[in-house]
Write a protein that binds this ligand. Sequence first.
Ligand SMILES: Cc1cc2nc3c(=O)[nH]c(=O)nc-3n(C[C@H](O)[C@H](O)[C@H](O)COP(=O)(O)OP(=O)(O)OC[C@H]3O[C@@H](n4cnc5c(N)ncnc54)[C@H](O)[C@@H]3O)c2cc1C
Length: 456
Amino acid sequence: MTHLVIIGGSDAGISAALRAKELDPSVDVTVVVADAFPNYSVCGLPFLFSGEVKDWRQLAHRTVEELTATDIRLLLEHTAQQINPSQRTVQILDSTGQSHLFHYDRLIIATGATPIRPKIEGIDAPGVYYLRSMADSFALEHHLTHRKPLSAVIVGGGYIGLEMADALTLRGLAVMVLDRSENILKTVDSPLSWIVSAELQRHRVEVVPNVSVEKIISDGKNLTVFGSPNFQELTSLVLIATGIQPETTLAHTAGIKTGKHGAIQVNRRMETNIPGIYAAGDCVETYHRLLPQPTYLPLGTIAHKQGRIAGANAVGYEQEFAGSLGTQVLKVFDLAIARTGLLEPEALDTGYQPLTIETEAWDHKAYYPGAHKLRIRVTGDQRDGRLLGAQIIGHYQAEVAKRIDIFATALFHEMTIAQLSDLNLSYTPPFGSPWDVVQVAAQAWEQSRSERTHDL
Ligand SMILES: Cc1cc2nc3c(=O)[nH]c(=O)nc-3n(C[C@H](O)[C@H](O)[C@H](O)COP(=O)(O)OP(=O)(O)OC[C@H]3O[C@@H](n4cnc5c(N)ncnc54)[C@H](O)[C@@H]3O)c2cc1C
């Protein structure tokens, strides 16, 4: 019997376990999970804090009972301490402090990522929180329930910081978002980032750019956040949302190679440099379909897919991860912001000759109630018209996510922007137009490209 040990029981680890079991029911699968919450949707945490999701238990993709019913052995509150590749063993510490040695034939590392702790004096003060795990969420919820804070400072204007700004505002707190850069949400171009800032401000979230937080001082009740230049703010709680880093301590000690951002190097079969050991999810580098080099894109949608490939290959299949395109979407108050592929500077760095054109058009026929304008930025290669990326911003009920997925599908198939116009997309006035807004944006790009070519 093949013994498959998986370290990590979140998106990547559980996807791997389920796929391995599905393809080979005879395999003995053990999933080692440091906490007691396997297969929870941490992506849903902001909506738990906002109150839109009522109970944290609803965030379980699958319950422990559902998982164990698939004949997967779950070792909850067990921490893998060391991997010995020559002996094919993993040393595991249980919750009582007892150490156990587990033999594996195949091992999958799915240890995810941990929040970056920026160098801020006083960052360990009570009242300073992170948001990555269920334990983080319980700690923050305890503070919100028992201390009833009136305000919050969020350090970091990335997607988690912004989702939490929305959530804590809905929860009744006065929220301030600090970012050390000029713009928040750097995953989209500045013109779209400014719209997001305006939306936050419309909901009374104060956005303060160009602040580098240096010190946090607690007086036992409140916190004062100091930053440069000349920044000072008294608040009831601080959330640090300055990004994450891959959790690779175990991998390092086992001699597994790391690369981009310190993430584990894997090939498209999700194999590490050590035979029999695979890795997937936020702890690994990612093959990107538009880039010559691997990149680091820690997203749940990718972790699930990589986990599935690792699980299949660990039981003898030969499958390859098809690659990522950095497709993502988030909701901030009434806005949805989505992006796939490359931004213009990334495309330029990669050797493409990018041109980005922005278009504004209705999401569905304007005469039908509830129409919203969408702004779409399309990036393509001026030489051959190949689609390189797209960004969309608009009302969250205007199908922004599914429209970015049209671009993502086109990117996957290396389509030209002109070919987007040929797609037979659906149409009825409440939902779209005979030329969908995606196609209107594609045609605007084509027109602009031909005008430029003509001018040359
Ligand atoms: C607030 C928030 C919102 C998000 N929203 C989105 C979204 O909308 N869309 C999206 O695509 N992504 C989103 N993400 C990102 C997504 O959640 C992650 O990409 C995904 O959870 C990664 O899964 P993973 O399995 O690789 O790692 P993780 O979720 O980090 O899980 C790691 C697992 O490894 C275990 N572990 C670690 N070390 C050990 C050890 N030594 N021994 C035993 N177990 C160990 C942990 O307990 C955990 O079970 C969000 C993340 C957060 C925090």
